[in-house]
Write a protein that binds this ligand. Structure first.
Ligand code: CAA
Length: 259
């Protein structure tokens, strides 16, 4: 499979495929093109009988530093509603095969949310997780307010979402956000090992078991996600969103006015 923003490799272990986010200069910022490629890759691997488990990774410095702020900065609320960028994420959520995230460096904003779309998470000891959207005048829009809260509980989720603070891999493991932390040299290998272990099981049982575990979350999640999404798009009607994103692009401190 040939893509511009991601790399896909099959048989990194028996029945295991690897997807690597590949915009290293932009810290794997998730632009629309990348997300469409990711959707296509997951759909193709889901249909492929030679694949039973998928590993999703970035590089040592960054899993992904969030949705592409430069691509969103000038958009209005109506643009955001029309583009509906997060509908692509729904397709990823529907992947039937298990996905293991191998995370090193930054997993921020949409990067952290993409990690939380995966079923299990192996992190390097350099990984940092955060939802810093508040610093650019918006809020999480791809599931962060819902999935993070369900994973780590209200108190920590509230602090992360309202202050944008990052947590370390150790803190993420202690809070139940990830499966485990390993030295940086081993995170990808460990994730592939976990995927390979699962790939030795019955693919049908694995699929139905995954579906069932996710059901535990789904009952009230959709309502929360749609609520969150509308609010995210609405924020593009504010001056603060323009100020926050422009300040990021211009490398200066944002001045928010509450407008
Ligand atoms: N979008 C677009 N470009 C980004 C980016 C993003 N989310 N994150 C980093 N980049 C770019 C930078 O602009 C920079 O590009 P240039 O070299 O052209 O200037 C390059 O990647 C390297 O980044 P830095 O120079 O900033 O690297 P650093 O080590 O000094 O800082 C960082 C790293 C703390 C991760 C910082 O880049 C940062 O704060 N990034 C933004 C994080 C963020 O706010 N994420 C949330 C985005 S909104 C979102 O995700 C909404 C949602 O819910 C889906």
């Amino acid at each position: 499979m040939e893509f511009e923003f991601i790399l896909v490799e099959k048989e990194v272990a028996p029945y295991v495929a690897l997807i690597r986010l590949n915009r290293p200069k932009e810290l794997n910022a998730l632009n629309l093109g990348l997300m469409l490629e990711l959707k296509a890759a997951f759909a193709a691997l889901d249909e492929d009988d030679t694949v039973r488990a998928i590993v999703l990774t970035g590089n040592d410095r960054a899993f992904a530093a969030g949705a592409d702020i430069k691509q969103m900065a000038g958009k209005g609320a109506i643009d955001m509603l029309k583009i509906d960028q997060f509908s692509t994420w729904d397709a990823i959520r529907k992947t039937k095969k298990p996905i293991v995230a191998a995370v090193s460096g930054f997993a921020l904003g949409g990067g952290c949310e993409l990690v939380m779309h995966c079923d299990m998470i192996i992190a390097s000891d350099t990984a940092k997780f955060g939802q810093p959207e508040i610093n650019i005048g918006v809020m999480p829009g791809a599931g962060g307010t819902q999935r993070l809260t369900k994973a780590v509980g209200k108190a920590l989720a509230m602090e992360m979402v309202l202050t944008g603070k990052f947590i370390s891999a150790e803190e993420a493991a202690a809070a139940g956000l990830i499966n485990r932390v390993v030295p940086e040299a081993l995170y990808l290998e460990e994730a592939i090992k976990l995927a390979a272990d699962i790939a030795t099981r019955s693919p049908i049982a694995v699929q139905l078991a995954k579906e069932s575990v996710l059901k535990a979350f789904d009952s009230h999640l959709q309502e929360g996600l749609y609520f969150e999404r509308k609010n995210f798009y609405m924020l593009f009607a504010t001056e603060d969103q323009k100020e926050g994103m422009n300040a990021f692009v211009e490398k200066r401190k944002a001045e928010f006015k509450g407008k």
